[in-house]
Design a protein around this ligand. Structure first.
Ligand code: NAP
Ligand code: BGC
Ligand code: ZN
Length: 351
């Protein structure tokens, strides 16, 4: 069967011929419908993050998938629409994180990530997975199901942020989303009902992401004119910051973007970068204003299920404007070309 992967040392993905997987006991066989591409895929392709399974010369890409069950397992039956979670136990062996159903809390080395780190992904005509790692999606959401994984990432980060503010009467009103990539825009769409939302980018108008931000009722902030730590002076302090850029200076500046008792959730995965910060000022600011900063990676079945409901509530126009490129598998190269007019790309396998 056809798969899209990155070979060790290669600069670009390639179309590979790999054996069709046979489901083992407890596993379902899934026919892939669509697989999304995100910033992490570009980091994996560039060799900055993750890599092939031990002893193998390539990694099948893709961690944002939706497919249809061909051979069922557990409660899953043929024709069910499913979305796979990303993490799997290393060497097939569980550990305490997997035993607790909290693989998303495992540190690097204690989990493999399909399509990212040490385990093949879902960008192939078929994949297998234990039923426990497959989340059911209503059939009418099948075409958008690949967005469940990235939405689940935001669900987990928000859960951690709220948990850190759960000991007092926190009444957040203002959210600052850093990043107008697909994760940033999905988060703006999630938060707009409950927050006054600002979204930070670094682009000139006209730009399709700015159009989406404004159509969602949020305010676009250009970080070239207003650095993140100056947002409170120019706009207003944020109760919640959601960082989705991978730009490390934004992470530190987010402490000063917060109002009293605020929380910043960091999701970007930057490369090492040395720069100066006023550590004393940041330390004092966090203590005197009861601020919190939480890091968040990956997501688990609970977050996937919440993401299915969140996806169902998103307006159709937003999903259509977000998904700027659907690429058939045979034209896979186009899925990895970066351009300012592309927001979200999905690779489509034949119906
Ligand atoms: P993406 O599509 O590459 O989006 C990143 C966005 O951030 C782009 O729109 C980019 O703007 C903007 N940006 C970068 N540097 C900026 C700066 N200095 N000022 C203003 N905007 C800036 O990536 P994504 O898929 O949305 O993911 C966002 C980040 O989250 C990535 O680092 C990714 O690795 C990470 N991530 C983490 C998790 C997790 O579990 N923690 C999950 C998914 C993704 P331009 O396009 O104009 O350059
Ligand atoms: C994926 C997560 C993964 C993270 C770090 C993200 O793009 O969506 O599932 O844990 O990258 O590799
Ligand atoms: Zn991702």
């Amino acid at each position: 069967m056809r798969a899209i992967g990155i070979e060790r040392g290669a600069e670009r993905p390639a179309l590979l011929e790999v054996p069709r997987p046979d489901p083992e006991s407890g596993e379902a066989l899934v026919r892939t419908l669509r697989v999304g591409v995100d910033g992490t895929d570009h980091e994996v392709i560039a060799g900055h993050h993750g890599g092939p399974p031990a002893g193998e010369d390539h990694l099948v890409l893709g961690h944002e998938a939706v497919g249809v069950v061909e051979a069922g397992a557990g409660p899953l039956e043929p024709d069910d629409i499913v979305v796979p979670t990303v993490r799997r136990p290393p060497n097939g062996e569980g550990n305490r994180y997997f035993e607790r159903g909290e693989a998303d809390m495992a540190p690097p080395g204690a989990a493999l990530e399909r399509g990212i780190d040490g385990a093949h992904g879902f960008m192939s005509e078929y994949f297998t997975s234990p039923a426990e790692y497959l989340i059911e999606v209503p059939a009418d959401l099948a075409e958008w199901g690949f967005l469940v994984e990235p939405i689940s990432i935001a669900e987990k980060a928000l859960e951690l942020a709220y948990a850190s503010r759960s000991s007092f009467g926190w009444e957040p009103e203002t959210a600052l989303v850093l990043g107008n990539g697909s994760l940033g825009l999905l988060t703006v769409a999630m938060l707009r009902a409950d927050y006054e939302v600002y979204c930070v980018g670094r682009r000139d108008r006209p730009d399709p992401t700015i159009d989406i931000i404004e159509a969602l009722g949020a305010t676009y902030v250009d970080s070239r004119e207003t650095p993140v730590d100056e947002v409170p002076a120019v706009y207003e302090p944020a109760d919640l910051v959601f960082e989705a850029t991978g730009y490390a200076k934004h992470a530190f500046r987010s402490v000063e973007a917060l109002g009293p008792n605020g929380v910043a959730a960091l999701l970007g995965v930057p490369e090492p970068w040395t720069f100066e910060v006023d550590g004393g000022r940041l330390h004092k600011e966090m203590v005197m204003y009861n601020k919190a900063v939480v890091g968040s990676v990956n997501s688990g079945p609970r977050h996937f299920r919440a993401a299915v409901d969140r996806l169902a509530a998103m307006p159709e126009w937003f999903l259509e404007d977000l998904l700027t490129r659907v690429v058939p598998v045979e034209s896979f190269e186009a899925a990895f070309e970066e351009s300012k007019t592309t927001i979200k790309t999905a690779v489509e396998f034949e119906p």
